[in-house]
Design a protein around this ligand. Structure first.
Ligand SMILES: [Fe+2]
Length: 234
């Protein structure tokens, strides 16, 4: 079967992910060993910290370095270039073509900011969501379960409903954390069909390594095979 990791920081030396190309290759080998055949490369894009052009050119350089390093490797996953876009007001300046540049498969992986109530409410994000949707892109909210530390479940559910597209679940929310609020909310959302994508959100080979196979096992054992399959590409 096809397995996709929808969210990673594997590109070398571009954000707080892989420090160099050797670490990137190591992370990809772990994913290949976990049976993953498609890996989205989604470095952080923060419009408040970096210009769009700088982000795109830095990402291209990192991608080309990774692709050259993989020339001598066998059976590596297919790579898809994308981004994890942090939702800031500055983003509303992006043109349709620029949004396309940070999309993958017509979808924007959107990371909400880590802000407490009262700003963590659906109304705060509606203008941005409408702009993205108006340009014809889907909004996939990254690891929505992590925001339970910033907003009540009903507020998060309103934001999820405004995004109007399946969200992305982080592997580490289920298998790395102790049983905390974000894990419980992730499990609730999984049961309710909120998610359509699974991502390791892996950053390195030590503290945040890819844990895809552990997560697959966990979901199949504690939920169902169908729940795991619902997070894979259809
Ligand atoms: Fe991430």
């Amino acid at each position: 079967m096809k397995r996709t990791d929808f969210h990673t920081h594997i590109l070398p030396n571009i954000d707080d992910g892989a420090a160099d190309v050797a670490e990137s290759v190591c992370m990809l080998k772990k994913l290949a060993a976990d049976g993953v055949d498609t890996v989205y490369l989604t470095p952080h894009y923060r419009a408040d910290k970096q210009s769009y052009d700088n982000f795109i050119s830095g990402r291209e350089i990192a991608y080309n370095r990774l692709v050259s390093a993989l020339e001598t490797e066998q059976d590596m996953p297919t790579l898809v270039l994308g981004a994890e876009v942090r939702a800031f007001d500055e983003l509303t300046d992006l043109s349709k073509d620029e949004w396309r540049g940070v999309s993958a498969n017509n979808t924007i992986l959107l990371e909400l900011p880590y802000i407490p109530a009262p700003n963590m409410v659906a109304e705060h994000f509606l203008p941005l969501f409408s702009q993205i949707q108006g340009y014809g892109f889907n909004i996939c909210l990254a690891h929505i379960e992590r925001y339970i530390a910033y907003a009540e479940p009903d507020i998060l559910r309103e934001i999820i409903s405004a995004a109007a597209y399946p969200a992305q679940l982080n592997c580490e929310s289920l298998v790395a954390n102790p049983i905390d609020k974000s894990r419980l909310f992730a499990e609730e959302c999984l049961k309710d069909g909120v998610y359509g994508f699974l991502g390791t959100d892996s950053h390195n080979t030590h503290t945040r390594m890819p844990r895809f196979a552990d997560t697959e096992k966990y979901i199949r054992r504690h939920f169902s095979d169908a729940d795991f399959l619902s997070l894979m590409p259809r």
